[in-house]
Design a protein. Structure first.
Length: 244
């Protein structure tokens, strides 16, 4: 039995690592697509795409996956992908926004609706929860990648043109107007900071998930994030142990 138990534990860890790696690849694919869509598929003429391709290499993302993301943006292969946003309510009425990139809207809509239904939520109509979110440039700098304290990092962010900054246990989160995100990113990179940058939906306020709904809520988010068509899941919610 001990051998079986050891195998089970190793397999469980491997499955968890594979799932984590899959989500990392999913995020990189999204960033590759967005960079290629905005600035073209030639990395020589698109600095942001070149940066995202370097991140893909550092994460050991297969070259085929990288090329597939770029091809989606440029329409190679004849498939036409559309960006679609879904709005819904998680268990306990928490607001959830789902951003998807799909070549089959009917398939994706059915899968998203099913995920909400399976986990005690419901898919809403356009505008039902989007007013609870603001579109922001979102730049993160890991605290392990800088010697700056919070005050120094805030001054650097403001000097670069940022609107605000938040500090978590692990990182600095710098907020900008979406139109100025690229210039703020470039200024911070020029100053020597290693960072990640994207435009995303940021909740105006967050609601704590009821304790008896945590398992359902976590299942919903996991199922949405595991969908290959889903690019991002935005939540106006926090789990009880994350609430301030």
């Amino acid at each position: 039995m001990s051998g079986h138990s050891k195998w089970h534990n190793i397999q469980g860890r491997k499955n968890a690592q594979d799932a984590k790696r899959g989500k990392i690849f999913q995020k990189i694919s999204r960033n590759l697509y967005q960079a290629a869509k905005a600035g073209g598929s030639d990395p020589e003429g698109n600095p942001q795409l070149r940066l995202e391709m370097e991140k893909a290499r550092e994460a050991n993302m297969p070259k085929d996956n990288v090329q597939r993301a770029i091809d989606k943006a440029s329409g190679v292969g004849g498939a036409k992908f559309e960006e679609v946003t879904y709005e819904g309510y998680g268990p306990g009425g928490t607001a959830v926004m789902v951003s998807a990139l799909t070549d089959n809207k009917n398939r994706t809509a059915a899968a998203i609706r099913s995920a909400f239904t399976h986990h005690g939520g419901s898919l809403g109509t356009d505008g039902s929860v989007s007013y609870m979110f603001d579109r922001k440039g979102f730049i993160t700098i890991s605290k392990s990648d800088t010697d700056d304290d919070e005050d120094s990092m805030l001054m650097a962010a403001l000097d670069a043109g940022a609107d605000d900054m938040k500090s978590t246990d692990d990182e600095y989160q710098i907020l900008t107007d979406p139109a100025s995100m690229a210039s703020v990113r470039d200024a911070l990179q020029k100053a020597g900071y290693k960072l990640d940058a994207e435009v995303k939906l940021v909740p105006q306020n967050t609601t704590e998930v009821p304790s008896d709904k945590v398992e359902q809520y976590s299942g919903l988010i996991d199922e949405l994030e595991d969908n290959d068509d889903v690019q991002d899941v935005y939540e106006a919610a926090v789990l009880p142990n994350e609430a301030e």
